[in-house]
Design a protein around this ligand. Structure first.
Ligand SMILES: Cc1cc2nc3c(=O)[nH]c(=O)nc-3n(C[C@H](O)[C@H](O)[C@H](O)COP(=O)(O)OP(=O)(O)OC[C@H]3O[C@@H](n4cnc5c(N)ncnc54)[C@H](O)[C@@H]3O)c2cc1C
Length: 555
């Protein structure tokens, strides 16, 4: 070999890849999550431990993780008509999306607490949903809507008798065919119009009876919907005006005679996040639908669905925070800078532990709400859930965008790249906060709950008082709440201050009761002190920070 050839061979080997983490895959999301394991047991679903653990293994497999990347890399495509000009309203997805949907429905994420009700049914499902949406969140939209539609549909037993057996099936049928030809269906929701999103009273879509009027009867709907997510769902719960006011309808995509129901998709939304899930704009051109619940009481009917979607937003955003935390901690275990592993560097420990703290607090509150869902026959749990879902939805979703950005920064430049999950988590983060009742709407809902159902605030205080005396900051927060409530009731200008304190106090109270001292005290010291929490990396106890970290990600 000539010296030139030797030099060439040397030059071709420019470097060895060093100081980069291995991909975080083929791990068990449940086995690595001590706090979640404790929550599953504490909130009443010990019986599901083995199946949730098996699901955690499945969610962490490299091929499952890959489905999330593929489903987002290939955006859903809309085809209004076939090549002959027949209206099809077809949205085509990458096969990875369908595989994720199939996985979710196979494991009952869309319906298990209704299909198999019982102690811990919601908790077990919440744990699985929490694991699954760490891998891919966008397809959680139709899964959640299908899950959430059930309580609203039960307002109309004759319709429920036909649709529920198909909803409760643990399978997925993506075919674009009439519901009569399917054993398993998914359900969407179409409330929002251009002139009225949060304020659905401004809706102009109207419904006229085909024959008889009233609950369970057929109507035709004319109008538009500005947001219809997952438009390939088999049916939608829709709000439309009748002479008696806003009413709720079930609108299938096909008519019983097998023809297409004129719910015509105009175009797909070009979304910054939630990419794997299609969202559309649609025209209703005499679309056939059946009234669900009482005429003129549509908001009251559909709010049952909305309440469940808000609860699922808590699960989804908590899951986003957990995945961001895990990615950040994993990275720091394998990355060195300035002569030491990042995980061992004090300032990084502070940032990571603070991220882990927020994540554990979110999950703990979420799983407590899952327990409340399992005990809706109990007066206290019902009153507590009425207010705490609004508080939790507001706060957990609000905390997620900043959390995902901070975790991205921990990973550094590679965390910005699309072949890392962080950009996806970051773009997903604000969405849960906006849909299903944006921040202000949640805060006003808390005030409405207190006004209409004062026992909800009493139930909330009762929950807080369970941890009274455990930390001075928590005691001060509990003591401050009645005054903050009074102020916010007089001036809604201050409603966020009220709800944020309620949320932090509830998280602090739950952690004081159930988490190790290092976690609970760090939370109450950093989130319930006199000064407001201003971001991550401001914990004050290095020893506690290390304990929080080893709990968040056991070696
Ligand atoms: C990705 C995505 C998918 C969606 N999918 C669906 C779907 O499938 N079906 C569906 O029906 N909708 C869907 N939506 C719509 C969503 O639910 C609405 O965007 C949301 O309810 C807010 O309504 P809006 O956009 O009209 O905003 P607006 O109602 O105009 O609200 C704008 C802002 O004003 C605030 N606000 C409202 N009232 C008050 C008040 N009284 N005081 C103070 N502040 C107030 C809100 O908090 C918000 O921040 C989707 C939205 C997104 C982003």
């Amino acid at each position: 070999m000539t010296s030139w050839q030797q030099a060439e061979r040397f030059l071709a080997r420019t470097h060895e890849v060093q100081n980069q983490p291995p991909a975080l895959e083929n791990y068990n999301l449940f086995a690595q999550d001590t706090a979640l394991q404790e929550a599953l047991k504490r909130e009443g679903a010990s019986w599901a431990r083995d199946s949730v653990a098996a699901f955690g293994e499945l969610a962490g497999q490299a091929q499952t993780i890959r489905l999330g990347f593929l489903a987002n890399a290939y955006r859903p495509q809309f085809e209004p008509q076939d090549r002959f000009g027949h209206r099809t309203d077809l949205v085509e997805y990458h096969d990875a999306y369908h595989q994720l949907m199939a996985l979710a429905t196979k494991h009952g994420l869309h319906a298990s607490p209704w299909a198999e009700p019982g102690a811990g049914a919601h908790v077990a499902r919440a744990c699985r949903y929490y694991l699954h949406t760490q891998v891919e969140a966008a397809h959680g939209c139709p899964i959640t809507m299908t899950f959430a539609a059930v309580p609203a549909l039960q307002h109309q037993p004759d319709l429920a008798a036909y649709w529920l057996p198909k909803i409760l099936k643990n399978s997925y049928d993506p075919r674009n065919v009439p519901d009569g030809e399917k054993q398993a269906v998914t359900i969407g929701m179409a409330m929002t119009e251009k002139q009225g999103g949060s304020d659905v009273r401004a809706n102009t879509t109207y419904a006229y009876p085909v024959g008889k009027e009233g609950p369970g009867q057929a109507y035709e709907l004319v109008g538009h919907k500005w947001f219809v997510s997952a438009p390939m769902c088999d049916a939608f719960l829709v709000l439309a005006q009748t002479e008696a006011g806003l009413s709720c309808f079930l609108l299938p995509r096909w008519r019983p005679d097998g023809s297409k129901n004129p719910l015509q998709i105009q175009r797909l939304k070009d979304k910054m996040g939630n990419v794997a899930n299609a969202s559309s704009e649609a025209e209703l051109r005499g679309a056939l639908a059946w009234m669900v619940g009482d005429e003129g009481r549509g908001v009251r009917t559909i709010i049952e669905m909305v309440a469940m979607t808000r609860y699922d937003c808590m699960i989804g955003s908590s899951a986003g925070m957990r995945q961001a935390t895990v990615q950040a901690v994993h990275h720091c275990h394998h990355r060195a800078a300035f002569g030491a592993q990042l995980i061992d560097q004090p300032l990084m420990q502070n940032v990571l532990a603070d991220l882990a703290l927020e994540s554990e607090a979110a999950m703990t509150l979420t799983m407590r709400m899952a327990r409340a869902m399992d005990h809706q026959h109990d007066e206290h749990e019902r009153a507590f859930a009425r207010i705490a879902v609004a508080v939790g939805k507001y706060w957990i979703c609000k905390r997620t965008p900043e959390h995902s950005y901070e975790a991205m920064e921990v990973i550094g430049g590679s965390g910005v790249m699309e072949n890392c999950i962080m950009p996806r988590l970051y773009r997903e983060a604000p969405i849960n906060a906006i849909w299903e009742g944006s921040g202000n709407v949640q805060c006003l809902d808390v005030l409405r709950a207190v006004a209409k159902q004062p026992d909800s605030f009493a139930a909330f205080l009762k929950e807080l008082n369970r941890a009274k005396g455990s930390h001075a900051n928590l005691d001060a927060a509990i003591a401050a709440l009645p005054e903050r409530l009074k102020t916010a009731q007089q001036q809604p200008f201050y409603a966020r201050q009220l709800v944020e304190l309620m949320a932090r106090a509830l998280q602090g109270a739950l952690l004081q009761q159930h988490a190790p001292n290092a976690v609970a005290d760090a939370f109450c010291s950093s989130r319930l002190g006199v000064t407001e929490h201003m971001g991550y990396g401001r914990l004050t106890d290095p020893t506690a920070a290390r304990q929080i970290l080893s709990r968040a990600w056991p070696a």
